[in-house]
Ligand binder design. Structure first.
Ligand code: MEV
Length: 436
């Protein structure tokens, strides 16, 4: 297809040439966009070139706020949690919830497992018993052959934990998997897992064909982002009579539990409820250089594990206490990937006092539960918009080109009022007219 926007060999152009190509094509009448791309280059050339190494065809940087939610009490230790998010109310809400739970004994978090999974997906129309025999005959030998790839991981306490044959022929004729379970120590482990799977499947295809005269068709060799055995549990408990929320403790706890019950039974609410949890978790995952897409995919799959999408968190009343808890799979790492290479991710991990993967799972889960608490608290009390709009005012002002003096005056004026774009615009125009 001939198209004047088609470009050959784009990746071979240098950065200036790539931007120049945009200037002549998609950004023809937009010199301000070209300028913005350049404005976001880091003045430190070394850092800029490091960033450019993270992805192909990098033209500039896309920055997001890096913030801190202090006073996070988790297992008796106080953390300042680094968060990267563009959503204006998220960090304030996390910090508020951290302070609230600080006064009620903090969060208790526990890692229930750290096992990750990966599969070799293949088709085969012979006897399943031959596959099982093949596995029994070769398991040990393959573990030895893989030693060059596994020895480092084993030194760090990880490795392959099991390999099993799973027969899925009832769902898809001839479909099987070699299902692997791994411990990847403090790394997220994607490269390790995929390397092992690819090596193992090469051995399998060749050896099986030779020994059984039948070639299985391997279609995919890939880790799974569904890791129900890589699980963290977090819980917070408040004595109901000690709850200070503007309504009686009993009334508050009752409404809180009802809100959670709604999320449990109604998938429309559950998705939004869980999105609130992920507001906190993603912000920590991003700040620490982890893979937020993997975490998101895995969390929502876990929320559907019963066959029906439901809330990840749960609340109930027992012995005069409001108990609020969550179990969530979080495949996180504190070594490997960009966790130590991206200077901001390294700084985030330093702020967290260099946690291992398990500790980071606990921190992220507690931040998610805190975020969920803040959202539900707002929803069952003053509603979500008041707090949101207060923060949103800032975004409106940013779009309106106001002076510092006008910003201060407008922030004061709208402190206890409903905020919407028209009201802010009208107030600003009124003041400007009066001043003229
Ligand atoms: C907004 O980003 C998140 C909330 O919608 C979550 C919730 O409703 O629980 C406030």
């Amino acid at each position: 297809m001939a198209d004047r926007f088609f470009v050959e060999g784009f990746s071979k152009k240098n950065k200036e040439q790539k931007i120049d190509w945009l200037r002549q094509t998609y950004l023809k009448n937009k010199p301000e966009d070209i300028e913005i791309l350049k404005k976001y280059w880091l003045p430190d050339k070394h850092l800029q070139s490091l960033h450019e190494g993270f992805a192909e065809n990098t033209l500039s940087n896309f920055t997001l706020p890096f913030s801190i939610a202090p006073n996070f009490p988790i297992n008796g230790k106080l953390y300042a949690v680094p968060m990267v998010t563009e959503e204006s109310s998220v960090v304030a809400a996390a910090a508020k919830a951290a302070k609230f739970w600080f006064e009620h004994g903090g969060f208790r978090a526990e890692v229930k497992g750290k096992i990750k999974t990966g599969h070799i997906h293949f088709f085969y129309d012979g006897s399943p018993a031959d596959l099982q025999k093949f596995l029994d005959d070769h398991k040990q030998e393959y573990a030895e052959r893989l030693r060059p790839f596994t020895e480092n991981m084993e030194k760090r306490g990880g490795g392959i934990r099991s390999v099993e044959l799973e027969n899925h022929s009832d769902k898809l004729p001839g479909y099987y998997t070699w299902t692997f379970r791994f411990d990847t120590a403090d790394s997220m482990g994607a490269n390790f897992i995929n390397t092992i799977l690819e090596e193992w499947s090469d051995y399998f295809e060749e050896d099986f064909a030779r020994e059984y005269g039948l070639k299985p068709e391997v279609v995919l060799r890939i880790l799974s982002n569904y890791n129900p055995e890589c699980l963290v549990k977090v819980r917070a408990e408040a004595v109901i009579s000690a709850l200070k929320t503007g309504m009686s403790g009993e009334e508050y706890a009752r409404r809180f539990v009802k809100a959670l019950d709604i999320a449990r039974v109604n998938p429309y609410r559950a998705v939004t409820h869980n999105k609130g949890i992920m507001n906190g978790i993603d912000a920590v995952v991003l700040a620490t250089g982890n893979d937020f897409r993997a975490v998101e995919a895995g969390a929502h799959a876990y929320a559907s594990r019963s066959g029906k999408y439901t809330s990840l968190s749960n609340a109930f009343i027992r012995d005069g206490k409001l108990i609020f808890e969550m179990e969530i799979p979080l495949a996180l790492g504190t070594v490997g990937g960009v966790t130590r290479i991206h200077p901001m991710a390294k700084t985030a991990l330093d702020i967290l006092q260099n946690p291992d993967a398990e500790e980071l799972m606990k921190i992220a889960a507690a931040t998610g539960l805190a975020q969920n608490f803040s959202a539900v608290h707002s929803l069952i009390t003053e509603g979500i918009q008041k707090g949101h709009m207060r923060m949103h005012l800032n975004n409106i002002l940013l779009q309106m080109n106001v002076t510092d003096e006008e910003r201060k005056k407008l922030s004061d004026y709208f402190r206890n009022k409903k905020v919407h774009v028209r009201a802010v615009k009208e107030k600003l125009e009124e003041w400007r007219k009066n001043r003229a």
